[in-house]
Design a protein around this ligand. Structure first.
Ligand SMILES: Nc1ncnc2c1ncn2[C@@H]1O[C@H](COP(=O)(O)OP(=O)(O)O)[C@@H](O)[C@H]1O
Ligand SMILES: [Mg+2]
Length: 253
């Protein structure tokens, strides 16, 4: 259960008629989605289906050819939105700056924008590192960290602005299965403790079914189904079933 008093509260995201082509080939084909405040919404689908492109459109890093993205009823491109709503994204690569310490990476946005005095930033950095299980690691350098720890630093950095909407692109890619489970638990626990809205893009079925309130299945630029994990498993769409059941097969085994 999500705590009703959790701060910050998650925001509502509405995507309608979203289309995008690159060099004449359509990558997003009139996508409609409604993401509810406080939920973990997982966008799942095979490589190349358009998941990362969709995520960049949702957070306003790239603009669509057609369609709208509303966050709390306001277009993501609106200047006033950024005064009202805090958005953050955990990039697939983690995108840490190798010349900065872990602590400087986590506090980067706050420092760059001179949002708070240094002592306050140090306190926030320590708090966010503790939230992802990396307390006391401020002075480490990214090169000395494992892949899983880098992902957690990237999550702590996103949390430093206390986001109401947090997007993750393939948070478990390049991680071993045990670390992938840890990151999934992290996403779930942050969502439950902070009440933020989470959009997670992944082709990792275990992650999707482990953390999602609802799952959208994407295929070749279209959304084939949206529903709870149980509803998704019960989908009669043959492409959804094919994606869910795909396995490596070996004859006579
Ligand atoms: N900036 C770009 N220019 C041209 N093609 C792109 C660009 N970004 C993505 N694509 C193409 O869009 C398709 C979907 O990409 P992407 O959203 O990254 O897939 P995925 O579902 O694996 O995240 C791919 O065919 C990719 O090559
Ligand atoms: Mg991708």
């Amino acid at each position: 259960m999500k705590s009703p008093s959790a701060i910050p509260e998650g925001v509502r995201v509405e995507v309608s008629g979203l289309s995008k082509s690159f060099n004449g080939s359509p990558v997003l084909k009139s996508i409609d989605l409604e993401i509810h405040p406080g939920e973990i919404f997982v966008i799942m689908g095979p490589s190349g289906s358009g998941k990362s492109v969709l995520l960049k459109q949702i957070i306003g890093l790239d603009s669509p050819d057609a369609g709208t993205i509303l966050i709390e009823g306001e277009p993501v491109t609106s200047r006033t939105l950024l005064n009202r709503v805090r958005l953050a994204m955990v990039f697939q690569s983690g995108a840490l700056l190798n010349s900065l310490t872990v602590g400087e990476n986590v506090g980067l946005f706050l420092t760059e924008h001179r949002l708070k005095p240094k002592a306050e930033i140090d306190r926030i950095v320590a708090e966010k590192l503790a939230l992802v299980g990396l307390q006391g690691m401020e002075s480490r350098l990214p090169v000395d960290l494992s892949g899983g720890m880098k992902k957690r630093v990237a999550i702590a950095r996103a949390l430093a602005i206390e986001p109401q909407l947090l997007l993750y692109d393939e948070p478990t890619s390049e991680l071993d299965p045990v670390m992938a489970v840890t990151i999934g638990e992290e996403i779930l626990s942050l969502s439950q403790r902070m009440g933020l809205t989470s959009i997670v893009v992944s082709h990792d079925r275990d992650l999707a079914f482990g953390i999602a309130d609802r799952i959208a299945l994407m295929h070749e630029g279209s959304i084939l189904s949206v529903g709870t994990p149980a509803e998704t498993r019960a989908s009669r769409n043959p492409i959804v079933q094919q994606f869910l059941n795909a396995k490596l097969k070996r004859e006579n085994n």
